[in-house]
Design a binder for this molecule. Structure first.
Ligand SMILES: Cc1cc2nc3c(=O)[nH]c(=O)nc-3n(C[C@H](O)[C@H](O)[C@H](O)COP(=O)(O)O)c2cc1C
Length: 436
């Protein structure tokens, strides 16, 4: 949800709520709508800095600012009962003791609905907000993340599930035999423990990963129970799925204990033409200055000199920017015969996986992904709010339910139970059986 839509033109769409990212009444309504539709979770991303884009691009966007995730999710925990609450927590800019206690607290407050999206933080500007001048090197970030995960999960296991006896008669509040002091001293981190919070309701909040590089995939295979991905096509989705599940097996984990979910932007219409028109209208609301800055970033070349109403020039000088991002932009323009303006507005809005059509065509596409080992579920991104959310919930969810692809009722009480994930054993103590 981010906490509102990712599309930078969304706040200008007719009927949109431009202040929704700081208006709790609206956010509460979105969360409750998601829960009525039996969504697994509300996911709140976090980047620890405003996005690293030129101000000319940023100044037109509502996505530039948002609530701090734990404060928002704690409030949402009080107005929902089943909806999972997943937040990003950085392994580069945070301390494991802080992270362990925040997620443990959220898990207790929400009666077992918390999830931790482990990121190494992709935005280099975050370093400047934490007393550093440079972003830590990528490989180093992931090595630290692996150790960080061990420490956080170790801290969650500080107390046996039955450590707190609370025997008023004898005066014994907890059994000291059921307390473990982690005493971690590693390459990057030094944490004594124990955590000053009882073991989370879920044992551990659900572990989520969103890395895509080789190190990201490997960390996911070893640790993640849900993986958020950003593939834009089904072939790339299948490649990622096969690769990460195979790595999981090598790490001696059951394939089923990880759910892979691509981020998917969904625009619903009564006809395919209507859905496309909605998207075109939405994209046209991305301010041109912001759109052209996004295109320049993708191409690694100043696009503001191109004629906005003609196709992309044939020859664009090579640059040191992302080669795959540049190629994707050029292919998109060719495939959909977009002018420079339209391409820029598409990139400035959302250029990843999108399903734009009717309830039936969207359900068909999702079914194809789900039935061909391309994913286990989706991170749904709504084009604009509240309309895009209401359309999805009223039209696509019933169609998915009718096809047996989506639940009609929550399976359990905790996020783990709803996702079909086991409750992890406490590595230091015997635990009661998973989701008994
Ligand atoms: C759905 C999704 C959500 C993400 N959320 C965050 C986030 O909240 N904070 C962040 O710093 N990075 C976020 N990322 C970026 C990833 O953590 C990761 O840095 C990126 O996918 C590149 O992979 P790599 O770091 O393995 O190269 C997200 C990625 C995806 C696909």
């Amino acid at each position: 949800m981010r906490p509102t839509t990712i599309h930078t033109g969304a706040w200008r769409y007719p009927g949109a709520l431009p202040d929704a990212n700081f208006n709790f009444a609206h956010l509460k309504r979105f969360a409750q709508t998601l829960e009525r539709a039996k969504f697994d979770a509300f996911f709140m991303a976090d980047h620890l800095a405003v996005l690293n884009m030129p101000l000319d691009a940023l100044k037109h966007s509502h996505t530039v600012t948002s609530f701090e995730p734990f404060t928002l999710l704690s409030a949402l925990a009080m107005v929902t009962e089943h909806l999972g609450l997943v937040a990003t927590g950085s392994t580069t800019f945070d301390a494991p003791y802080h992270v362990a206690r925040r997620f443990a607290s959220l898990d207790h407050l929400s009666a077992g609905r918390a999830g931790w999206n482990i990121v190494t933080t992709s935005n280099p500007d975050a370093a400047l907000n934490f007393g550093m001048t440079d972003h830590m090197e990528h490989g180093e970030r992931y090595r630290r993340a692996r150790e960080f995960y061990d420490v956080v999960t170790g801290l969650w296991d500080s107390w046996a599930d039955d450590a707190f006896i609370r025997d008023a008669e004898s005066g014994l509040y907890f059994d000291p035999e059921k307390l473990h002091v982690l005493d971690h001293k590693g390459k990057y981190l030094s944490v004594r423990g124990p955590l000053n919070i009882a073991r989370p309701i879920q044992g551990w909040p659900v572990i989520v990963q969103a890395g895509a590089s080789d190190s990201g995939r490997q960390l996911a295979a070893e640790t993640a129970e849900a993986v958020f991905t950003a593939q834009s096509g089904i072939a790339a989705g299948r490649e990622f799925y096969a690769d990460v599940k195979a790595r999981m097996e090598k790490a001696r984990r059951a394939r089923d204990h990880m759910k892979i979910m691509p981020a998917c932007f969904v625009v619903v219409g009564d006809t395919v033409e209507e859905a496309r028109a909605k998207r075109a209208r939405l994209d046209s609301l991305v301010h041109y200055d912001s759109a052209i800055a996004s295109l320049s970033i993708a191409l690694g070349h100043d696009a503001s000199r191109f004629d906005p109403d003609r196709p992309l020039p044939e020859k664009i000088p090579e640059s040191n920017a992302s080669k795959s991002g540049r190629q994707r932009a050029i292919e998109l323009a060719q495939q959909e015969k977009l002018t420079v303006r339209q391409l820029a507005q598409r990139l400035g809005g959302y250029s990843g996986l999108a399903m734009v059509g009717t309830r039936a065509t969207i359900a068909d596409e999702m079914e194809e992904w789900l039935s061909s080992e391309a994913c286990d579920g989706f991170i749904i991104m709504f084009p604009y709010l509240p309309g895009g959310l209401d359309d999805f919930v009223e039209q696509v969810v019933p169609e998915l339910q009718r096809r047996g692809l989506f639940r009609r009722e929550y399976e359990g009480k905790t996020l783990r139970e709803n996702l079909g994930l086991p409750r992890p054993a406490n590595r230091f103590f015997e635990t009661r059986k998973a989701s008994a």
